[in-house]
Structure formats: structure tokens, C-alpha cells
Design a protein around this ligand. Structure first.
Ligand code: ADP
Ligand code: VHF
Length: 373
């Protein structure tokens, strides 16, 4: 795997509140225009981008005329609701100069931990990318309470990276990258240009937020790098004010701090599928489907399924059994057991007719399938 971003086909770019809102003074439209310009150019060279943008609370606080960030959760939620309007407008304006549309995606913790919602979120993001739209993601702050909050958008950026199998996560912030201690507190702090995302000293080096508007500081960024590494993605933390930072990263230049992942893409996904979820049911497949899976790295289509066992919902993990009843794979089902039973042996164009609706053509997409090789 290449360690830089020159081969990346899809990257997640996270921008922090202090950059987006000029440290709380209000949306920095010039900064947004600049990133939009860079993203439009990257997209035209074949690298897709999903933006994760903070700033709703900081912008809301400014619009409401409050002198400082509140601590009461209901006030933070109200501020987020007001500020998110500005964030959405500002990105749409910035990208419209490049004839690109944006789409607002507000996610909660549950959207990413519940398997059905996870698949729906993934499917929506992929569909938007196929339509050449730039998704702009934030946490749905208005409906999340303390206990269920993701809490910071560095974590959200890593979860989105895993969700869509992005090649890399780029976290743009107000520092050049990671130093061995907080450079705001230690003028002798040493800059680190590359480090393993699983380095044991990372958490000790990283401190909290630098300004009153940021959340989590470098600490949540190193945790995010760790999380993104689990699905095989590298993370770069760099300054959002660095000239042409995204284009230069995508051209393979070394800017900021690169956190390298030691997991391979396939293994990480497989670990997640095989290790973390209980099986709800299974399907038996025919020899042709088995060949498609094992030899051609294909998806499992309903036409290759012969029987459905057990009870499962859309998004649940199921086992794939061959004609002899041996488990050959596991994956996330796009249809429930009741729906699957109605579409076994059916071609993709017959699904809507049998069910009255259709999600995907596949019962299990190959991205959501782990094989026992
Ligand atoms: N080891 C470190 N290296 C770099 N920055 C650090 C470190 N420890 C703490 N920080 C702080 O993290 C801040 C960036 O995080 P944060 O304020 O949450 O910004 P953002 O809004 O971009 O997420 C920096 O301004 C810096 O003061
Ligand atoms: N969802 C919040 C952002 C929380 C957050 O993580 O902020 P930051 O540390 O600036 O990325 C908002 O939009 O205000």
C-alpha cells in the first residue's frame, strides 16, 4: 500500500471549527472557497472527496450574539441548529462556483452503530459520490445528548472513513500537524512528520484543544488516526491554511503529519465482519455463486442463493454456506430473511416485481463480504 495520498481514489477531509469560523468570529467564506477550489481540482483528477465540517456551534453562538460558548446542552443544541444553516449555505455557495452541488448529511452515533442505518448511510454517501455531489457531514448535534454523542468530529471523520472504505482521512486544523507536545504550551515542541497510528506514545504527546472553539485538540485526532487505521486508511493531520494543501497531498507531497496504518484494507474489513458481530442467519448458495465469490471476488446475488435459514433483518451479518453446508463467507445482508426468501433464484431486474421495492441488486455486496479463503 502506498503511504502517501497519490493513489487515493476517495478521501475524507475533516475541517475544524477554528478554521471554518475564523476562531469563532464567523464563517470564513474565503477559507471555504479555497478548500472548494482545491476539492474541485482534486475531483477533476479522479479523487473523490467527502467533507466532514465542524463549526455549527461556533457559528450559532456568533449568530445568536452570545458572548461565549454555553455549557448547557440545550443551548449548545440550539446554537448548532442555527449555525448549521450557515455552514450548509456557505459550502453550497463555495462549490457552486465550480458547478458542484453539496449535500448535507447529519449523523448520530446510532446511525453508525446500527447495522441497517450503517448500510443506508453508506449507500446514500456512495450514491451522492456517483452523482458528483460533495457530501458535507456533521454530527446531528441537535438531537444528540451527552451520553450518546460522538462528541468530536475527528472521531466522526474516522467513522465516515471506515463507513465508505476511504483510502485516507485528512484532518485540517490550525497547526502544522502533530508535535511531540502541544506547541502552544511548549515552544520547543518537535514536529513529527510520520508516525505509526498505533505508536504507544501518541496519546501522551497529544494535548487538548488549542482555542475555545475547538473540541478535543490533538488528542481526538490521534484517536481518530488509530480508528481510521483499523480499516487500513492512513491519516494526515495538516494545516488548513497551508497553500494548496489538499492538491499537494494528493500529488504525493509530504505535508503535515502522516499516521500510517499497519493493517491491510482487506484484513481490517474482514476483522470487523468476522470479529464483531453475531450471526443472525444464513443462506445456501449454488456452485456458480461460490465460484463468483471465491474466484472472481464478486458480490452475492439473489440468483445464486438456493435457501434461506434463520431470521435476519436488512443490515445483519449472515453466514454464506455452500452446497455441502460449509461456511464459505460472511457478510451484511441487504435484504431481510423474509425478503430474501422471496427473491432466491431471482435476477436483479425481478427484485422490484417480487418485493414491490428494491434496495441493491446484490444480497451481499462484495465490500460487505468476508471470505474464508
Ligand atoms: N502534540 C500536539 N501537537 C499539535 N497540536 C496540539 C498538540 N497537543 C495539543 N494540540 C492543540 O490541538 C489544537 C488543534 O485542535 P482543536 O483546537 O480541537 O482544533 P480543530 O477545531 O481543528 O479540531 C492545536 O491548536 C494545538 O494547540
Ligand atoms: N459538531 C460540532 C463540532 C464538534 C467538533 O469536533 O469540533 P472541532 O474540534 O472543531 O472539529 C459543530 O459543528 O459545532
Amino acid at each position: 500500500m502506498s503511504t502517501n495520498l497519490s493513489q487515493a481514489k476517495l478521501i475524507v477531509v475533516k475541517v475544524g471549527s477554528s478554521l471554518v469560523t475564523a476562531e469563532g468570529r464567523g464563517i470564513d467564506q474565503d477559507a471555504l472557497n479555497n478548500w472548494a477550489n482545491q476539492i474541485a481540482q482534486i475531483k477533476s483528477t479522479g479523487t473523490d472527496v467527502i467533507l466532514v465540517s465542524s463549526g455549527a456551534i461556533a457559528e450559532g453562538v456568533k449568530r445568536l450574539g452570545w458572548v461565549k460558548r454555553p455549557t448547557a446542552i440545550n443551548e449548545l443544541q440550539a446554537a448548532a441548529a442555527v449555525g448549521q444553516m450557515g455552514i450548509a449555505q456557505a459550502y453550497e455557495r463555495a462549490f457552486s462556483a465550480h458547478q458542484l452541488h453539496t449535500a448535507q448529511i447529519l449523523l448520530t452515533h446510532e446511525d453508525l452503530s446500527d447495522r441497517t442505518r450503517y448500510l443506508n448511510a453508506r449507500s446514500t454517501l456512495k450514491t451522492l459520490l456517483n452523482q458528483n455531489i460533495v457530501p458535507v457531514v456533521n454530527e446531528n448535534d441537535t438531537v444528540t445528548t451527552d451520553e450518546i454523542k460522538l462528541g468530536d468530529n475527528d472521531t466522526l471523520g474516522a467513522l465516515v472513513t471506515n463507513l465508505v472504505d476511504a483510502d485516507a482521512l485528512v484532518i485540517l486544523t490550525d497547526q502544522r500537524g502533530l508535535y511531540d507536545s502541544d506547541p502552544r504550551k511548549n515552544p520547543d515542541a518537535q514536529f513529527i512528520s510520520e508516525i505509526s497510528a498505533t505508536h504507544p506514545e501518541l496519546e501522551n504527546m497529544a494535548g487538548g484543544a488549542g482555542t475555545g472553539v475547538g473540541t478535543g485538540g490533538m488528542y481526538t485526532k490521534v484517536l481518530a488516526a488509530k480508528r481510521a487505521a483499523l480499516s487500513g486508511a492512513n491519516t494526515v493531520v495538516a494545516s488548513g491554511r497551508e497553500s494548496q494543501v489538499l492538491q499537494r497531498l494528493c500529488a504525493g507531497q509530504s505535508i503535515g503529519t502522516l499516521f500510517t496504518s499497519e493493517f491491510s484494507r482487506v484484513n481490517a474489513r474482514k476483522q470487523w465482519l468476522l470479529g464483531h458481530i453475531q450471526i443472525s442467519g444464513s443462506v445456501n448458495i449454488d456452485a456458480g455463486a461460490q465460484r463468483a465469490l471465491l474466484e472472481k471476488n464478486g458480490s452475492l446475488l439473489p440468483v445464486g442463493c438456493v435457501r434461506v435459514n434463520g431470521h435476519f433483518h436488512r443490515g445483519e451479518l449472515i453466514a454464506v454456506l455452500n452446497e455441502q453446508g460449509r461456511e464459505v463467507a460472511r457478510g451484511l445482508a441487504n435484504y431481510s430473511s423474509v425478503e430474501t426468501a422471496k427473491i432466491v433464484r431471482c435476477h436483479a431486474n425481478e427484485i422490484a416485481e417480487k418485493l414491490g421495492f428494491a434496495f441493491e441488486d446484490e444480497l451481499i455486496h462484495r465490500d460487505n463480504l468476508a471470505l474464508y479463503l
